[in-house]
Design a protein around this ligand. Structure first.
Ligand SMILES: Nc1ncnc2c1ncn2[C@@H]1O[C@H](COP(=O)(O)OP(=O)(O)OP(=O)(O)O)[C@@H](O)[C@H]1O
Ligand SMILES: [Mg+2]
Length: 456
């Protein structure tokens, strides 16, 4: 096996020498540095595979060393050593890119285990990189996990729209994967080598949004001391993802409409008309149909955006995806954090499968990441799950015991399904169910189901 070099950083010399001696006996190359500065010098001077650093040191702490060390050699792995009882420090370090942590006093057996794991991981990473690069260049939707029929329908629409120039409107609650889909569409389009530019309409005040989208001329307003290109210009030849499009103020809606219709615009404060070739993808978690009805969103703009429509159902309505997502994220974060985790304990899995994820896939992803970071064994247990999970059960009620109860539960499920398939358009849902719209509304009221839209 090729040499694997570990640099041990500790201001306590004896401790460092002891660990180095131990690692040498186990067949590793081991070096010692007594401060962050010395460690950085070593990192500049020779190839190091792993840095094992104390978190608390005078002058430069472990976190700072991690950041500066990665700048010198992005490939080097870090394991941090924290004082007993300061888990938060360890978690922080792992979030910043450390692959593992050890607690003081260091147990030598554990040290060997952790360093061996880091070495194995390194080998896997270099073998995987080639495979990943091959895959990434092949532009499919492999990073999107889905087994549910509804989600697969959405993906199939996305795949068919991808090679075209068509504007795509992506709808769904927060965290359902709208941006992920948008990126996948771009990556599967002929524009994949051109820029993918994002603008988030909810994140910017109205005054900035316009110049962000269209750019401004020098002197267009106070503070505009230089010409600045807008996102439309930056995306020329590529794709512009307009996120939270439902938050566009009316004045900007007009301008956007014009670009969509004519492909032209002017920079703020400019008179020259610019023309760009940009493919538009837009997303929102707002109910755009309702906003059009209430006249807060321009109908003409809505029709320009709504050429291809993709609706991503909330996670609680495609529960069959949950186990696959859990599995996907455990593997991903286990490998990212260099941990050997096989899955969940029965109780933990039970809670995770029952939960209703108001924050959708993003929430599930965060829960798993946190659990992986905290896990000490091969299995994630309930102790590593957020306490909220234990009290906030899914509102999906029991199916009941008597026949009328079971029938009612079944009817409600069918209604929900039809409403989802029709994307909330009641006329269509009623057709699917073979009942009148009036009857549908009555039943929706009876089961406390919320409609999105009266007709379509
Ligand atoms: N089907 C999926 N498979 C794998 N990862 C997913 C899936 N759906 C969502 N994710 C991940 O969940 C996170 C949230 O997704 P994304 O940012 O696309 O959501 P969003 O709908 O844009 O949310 P928001 O409305 O809050 O902006 C991302 O990290 C994304 O990679
Ligand atoms: Mg988003």
């Amino acid at each position: 096996m090729s040499n694997y070099t570990v640099l041990i950083v500790d201001d306590e010399r004896q401790q460092a020498e002891l660990l180095a001696g131990f690692l040498r006996k186990k067949g590793f190359e081991a070096l010692v540095a007594r401060s962050g500065r010395e460690a950085l010098e070593e990192l500049r001077a020779r190839p190091i595979d792993l840095v094992l650093t104390d978190m608390r040191m005078p002058e430069m702490g472990g976190l700072e060393l991690l950041h500066r060390g990665k700048q010198i050699n992005p490939e080097v792995d870090f394991i941090v050593v924290t004082a007993f009882g300061s888990v938060e420090n360890a978690v922080e370090a792992m979030k910043q890119g450390a692959i593992d942590y050890l607690m003081k006093p260091i147990d030598l057996e554990q040290l060997e285990l952790v360093v061996n794991r880091a070495r194995e991981r390194r080998q896997l990473v270099s073998e995987n990189r080639w495979l990943r690069e091959q895959l990434a260049s092949r532009h499919d939707f492999t990073n999107i996990i889905s087994v549910s029929q509804r989600m697969n329908e959405a993906l199939s629409i996305a795949a068919r729209a991808a090679p075209t120039r068509a504007t795509v409107l992506i709808l769904g609650e927060s965290g359902t994967g709208k941006e992920l889909i948008a990126r996948a569409i771009h990556a599967a389009s002929p524009r994949r080598d051109k820029p993918f530019v994002v603008v988030n309409c909810a994140a910017l005040p109205e005054s900035l949004l316009e110049s962000e989208l269209f750019g401004h001329e020098k002197g267009a307003f106070t503070g505009a001391d230089r010409l600045r290109k807008g996102r439309f210009e930056l995306a020329d030849g590529g794709t512009l993802f307009i996120d939270e499009v439902g938050d566009l103020p009316p004045q900007v809606q007009v301008k956007l409409l014009r670009v969509l219709q004519e492909g032209t615009f002017e920079r703020v404060g400019g008179s020259q008309t610019l023309k760009v070739d940009v493919r538009i993808l837009a997303a929102t978690n707002r109910d755009l149909d309702r906003m059009v009805e209430e006249r807060t969103f321009r109908e003409d703009l809505y029709y320009r955006l709504n050429v291809v429509r993709i609706w991503l159902p909330p996670l609680r309505e495609r529960r069959e995806d949950i186990p696959h997502l859990l599995d996907h994220f455990v593997r991903r974060f286990a490998s990212e954090y260099g941990k050997q985790i096989e899955g969940f304990s029965r109780e933990a899995l039970d809670l995770l499968l029952k939960y209703d994820y108001p924050g959708n896939v993003r929430e599930l992803q965060n829960i798993v990441e946190q659990a992986v970071v905290l896990a000490r064994g091969n299995l994630i247990t309930t102790a590593e799950l957020p306490p909220s999970l234990r009290s906030r059960f899914s509102p999906v009620e029991e199916e009941g015991t008597t026949l009328p109860e079971k029938v009612a539960a079944f009817e409600k499920r069918l209604l929900l399904e039809a409403l989802e398939r029709s994307q909330g358009v009641q006329t269509r849902a009623a057709q699917l169910l073979g009942i009148t719209e009036r009857n549908l509304r009555y039943k929706m009221q009876k089961y406390g189901l919320k409609g999105f839209r009266e007709s379509g």
